[in-house]
Design a binder for this molecule. Structure first.
Ligand code: ZN
Length: 131
């Protein structure tokens, strides 16, 4: 990685080795002081190759994590929609089955002990039918 800077005899500091482009006239040396020695050249904190590589890796990891999170959210939403559709498809059969369980004039005597449950079933059917 980075090496501690050593100042050559007769020099008190080094400039950054990076050429920067800020206009139409070609590049110019980065104006910052070189503080890290890598690949036999001095670099400022912004242009140190190993720091750039590390930052890119961190940015990439962050992007990957965000992509995975969004993908997971989308997958869960799709599963929720699929489950809602599956339940909605069951609705007619469930409603018919519940209605079939209600006592008729012929079976009413059987249900004398379930008045509260029958009341709840009738209310659920009315709600399901939008009444
Ligand atoms: Zn620089």
């Amino acid at each position: 990685m980075t090496e501690r800077p050593t100042v050559e005899p007769g020099r008190t500091s080094h400039g950054c080795a990076k050429t920067v482009y800020s206009g139409a006239w070609g590049g110019s040396p980065c104006a910052r002081k070189g503080v890290n020695l890598e690949n036999s050249e001095w670099w400022c904190k912004q242009h140190t190759p190993s720091l750039i590589t590390a930052k890119r890796a961190a940015d990439r990891a962050k992007w990957d994590a965000e992509w995975k999170r969004k993908n997971q959210v989308a997958r869960e939403r799709k599963q929720a929609e699929s489950e809602r559709d599956r339940r909605a498809a069951c609705f007619p059969d469930l409603l018919a089955a519940l209605k079939a369980l209600l006592p008729t004039e012929h079976t009413g005597y059987v249900c004398a002990h379930f008045q509260e449950e029958l009341k709840a079933a009738r209310a659920a059917i009315e709600k399901a039918e939008g009444n």
